[in-house]
Design a protein around this ligand. Structure first.
Ligand code: 5GP
Ligand code: SF4
Ligand code: MG
Length: 457
């Protein structure tokens, strides 16, 4: 997963992009980059690490101009090499093009092979670079025309910010897998993966970029913005997992508040999977907090912060090896021992993926003297990998792909285990946003053809 941010017509464009990326850091911690433009020339800075750590103010001062786009990376396609950091900046016969991409193209490797056979030389292994090569081959000087022709050949998920010396374009794939919103900062257009980036700088949220929509900003004139829908209209398939886990709770995605949605998921979970006789509802912080509040309210069982999270380490899910991940859980989540002794607790988390977190945590809860552990998950069992930009493990690492709910309960050592139903999840999310969600990681119903092909290999 990644984040994108961009704006035009502001003398502090690169500093504001830095702040925007800072607010979107939860979407990718591997590296970040900014491309600004001044007098039609591009200036780029990309580094591995966290936004706040890697960019100095001296470096930002070397990114002049009133227009900029930025990216934070969480490697899905292409691995974590430094050459895969974004925005990509490539020179073509038509001039330079910068691209920041959130999502994952499902036919990238086929296209990459074809382009290489035709003589293209790739600088990276990331799917995003394919888009620029396809654009360059059109020979089309108009950015929106080159981009439309390139995107007509790709499949999968993309929310993109694309800039050249004349224009900045924001575009979302026809399914609208990944979010992308537009706002105004001092009257000028600003784009971000999530609204929380706007809150930070006092920009006003205007609307979502619609699935399949392309919004074009002329860098010189800026107004009026042009918007069009260059692709065949298809049913939207917005990533439901953004609501469950990925987006920041203070954001609006797909037109709905994430905090309220997660609380409503917790309420629905309490109705579907009650735990009568429990003394308290405790979340697995931070991601499980909002659903736990909803569960506690609906079940009328007191909410307690029975597990304390240390904020001084990264997310354990991202760590590459199993040994480090196991160790990470101990460092990160610690039960409040005296307080929990002899209690029957409902533990609420947003998802269960490999089961590593829950297994370790439940052992620690037992060590702390907890009498009963009833684990409740505010999403259905994660059974299938994602091909649209979320870095889920392979299918066999997904516990629910090959174990029944009772086997999982036994494996993690809980007294009971209950998941939210897919129907419940979709009902809650559709009540909040318009309909049309992707739920392939839960249901196996992939909205694109290539994803099916990838699965069967
Ligand atoms: P597990 O231990 O089952 O592998 O992981 C479950 C935990 O990972 C949950 O607390 C959930 O919040 C978190 N999680 C779920 N999906 C993702 C993801 O895509 N990335 C990261 N970093 N964490 C995730
Ligand atoms: Fe989102 Fe799951 Fe669909 Fe991936 S498969 S886009 S995580 S709902
Ligand atoms: Mg979590």
């Amino acid at each position: 997963m990644c984040a994108i941010f961009g704006l035009v017509g502001n003398p502090e464009a690169s500093k504001l992009t830095y702040l925007g990326l800072h607010a979107l850091q939860h979407r990718g911690q591997e590296g970040a980059g900014i491309v600004s433009t001044h007098q039609q020339r591009p200036y780029a800075l990309k580094k591995r690490g966290l936004v706040g750590d890697v960019f100095s103010s001296a470096e930002l001062a070397e990114l002049p101009g009133h227009h900029a786009i930025g990216h934070t990376r969480y490697s899905t396609a292409g691995g974590d090499a430094a050459c895969n950091l974004q925005p990509f900046l490539l020179r073509t016969a038509q001039g330079w093009i910068a691209v920041a991409h959130n999502g994952n193209l499902t036919n990238a490797s086929v296209l990459m092979r074809r382009l290489e056979q035709m003589g293209s030389i790739f600088q990276s292994t990331a799917d995003t670079e394919v888009i620029i090569h396809l654009m360059a081959r059109t020979g089309e000087p108009q950015l929106e025309k080159a981009l439309t022709a390139a995107l007509a050949q790709v499949e999968g998920a993309y929310s993109l910010l694309v800039m050249d010396q004349n224009k900045l374009i924001a575009v979302r794939d026809p399914h609208g897998f990944r979010p992308l919103v537009m706002g105004r900062l001092q009257g000028k257009p600003v784009f971000a993966s999530e609204t929380t980036a706007f809150d930070l700088m006092g920009a006003k949220y205007e609307r979502e970029i619609a699935p399949g929509e392309m919004v074009i900003v002329d860098l010189k004139e800026q107004e009026p913005l042009r918007s069009f829908f260059p692709f065949h209209a298809i049913a939207p398939r917005k990533c439901v997992f953004e609501h469950v886990y990925f987006a920041r709770p203070d954001s609006h995605v797909f037109g709905a508040g994430v905090y309220e949605t997660r609380k409503a998921l917790g309420k629905q979970l309490a109705q579907e999977q009650p735990a009568s006789g429990a003394d308290m509802v405790i979340p697995v912080p931070d991601s499980g907090v909002y659903a736990a509040i909803g569960y506690s309210e609906a079940a009328q069982i007191p909410f307690e912060m029975g597990i304390i999270r240390s904020h001084y380490m990264g997310r354990t899910f991202i760590e590459p090896s199993q040994t480090i991940r196991d160790f990470g859980v101990k460092l990160k989540l610690n039960p409040v021992s005296g307080f929990l002794h002899g209690k029957k607790v409902v533990v609420v988390d947003d998802s269960l993926v490999r089961g590593t977190t829950s297994k370790k945590l439940i052992r620690h809860l037992r060590d702390a003297g907890v009498a009963e552990v009833h684990l409740r998950i505010s999403a259905p069992p994660t059974k299938h990998p994602c091909f649209y930009g979320i870095d889920t493990p392979t299918q066999k690492e997904l516990l629910a792909s090959h174990q029944t709910i009772d086997q999982i309960r036994n494996y993690i050592g809980a007294d009971s285990l209950g998941y939210l139903s897919l129907k419940g999840l979709l009902e809650v999310c559709s009540r909040k946003s318009e309909e049309g969600f992707c739920h392939a990681c839960f249901s196996g119903e992939y909205p694109t053809v290539q994803a099916h092909a990838a699965l069967s290999t």
